[in-house]
Design a binder for this molecule. Structure first.
Ligand SMILES: *Cc1c(COP(=O)(O)O)cnc(C)c1O
Length: 227
């Protein structure tokens, strides 16, 4: 077995064990393979092992890979910082965006989503780490932003995403993820129907699954250390 195939198997086992520990079904947690910095043949290999969802953080890097892999039925997720001048490309070339922080970006994505494609699935990125993080909308702004985005015609607001500050403390990991879950529950109580919590990376996927993650975004544990 190749390294990538063995890594995929190990990550799937971690997800299965995490689900068992959390009393959840393994099919409630989807694996997003974060392929930033890795070349198209590595993605092709993961696809041959059954992995079809890939996350990219940089538009310029993603486009040539998408072209090289156009023969495969892949689901492309954009997970990086998104500037206004890149929204058209993302609206045309991706199925999901996890990293929405501002209404203006969401409005552009909705306006630029090609009408022949299904609505773009989006998550709102929330800052659950306070001063320790600079990205994501503030929890206090979330309600207004979520309702405004849910009303946009060519987007489908699926849920929330967070990148908490890195820590090895499992209690702190869980408390950040629990914050995101609580915010999702509040929005659903206010009438939204959010089915997605995008949270958990290579070092903290177990804590995220404990707190209800539905998509874990895994790079290093699949492909190796990025250079
Ligand atoms: C790079 C990245 C990941 C993957 O992180 P690993 O620690 O390599 O698993 C997940 N989410 C986002 C937003 C990223 O930029």
């Amino acid at each position: 077995m190749t390294t990538i195939a063995a890594n995929l198997q190990a990550v799937r086992e971690r997800i299965a064990m995490g689900c068992a520990a959390a009393g959840r079904h393994a099919d409630e947690v989807h694996l997003l393979a974060v392929s930033k910095t890795w070349p198209a043949p590595d993605l092709r290999e993961l696809f041959s092992c059954g992995q079809s969802a890939f996350g990219e953080s940089y538009v310029q890097e993603a486009l040539p890979k998408q072209d090289q892999l156009a023969d495969l039925a892949l689901d492309w997720h954009f997970i990086g910082p998104l500037q206004s001048n890149k929204t058209r490309t993302v609206a045309e070339r991706f199925a999901w965006v996890h990293s929405i922080e501002r209404l203006k970006i969401a409005e552009r994505l909705s306006a630029q989503r090609p009408p022949e494609l299904p609505p773009l699935n989006v998550c709102l990125q929330v800052n659950v780490s306070g001063e320790a993080s600079k990205s994501g909308c503030a929890p206090a702004d979330l309600g207004d932003l979520a309702h405004a985005i849910a009303a946009l015609p060519h987007l489908r607001l699926r849920g929330l995403m967070a990148i908490p500050e890195p820590t090895d403390d499992p209690q702190l990991q869980r408390s950040r993820f629990a914050t995101l879950r609580g915010l999702r529950d509040e929005l659903n109580a206010a009438g939204l129907q959010l089915d997605t919590l995008s949270m958990g990376m290579s070092h903290d996927l177990e804590a995220a699954i404990m707190e209800g993650a539905s998509i874990v975004r895994i790079g290093t544990a699949l492909f190796g250390e990025r250079h």
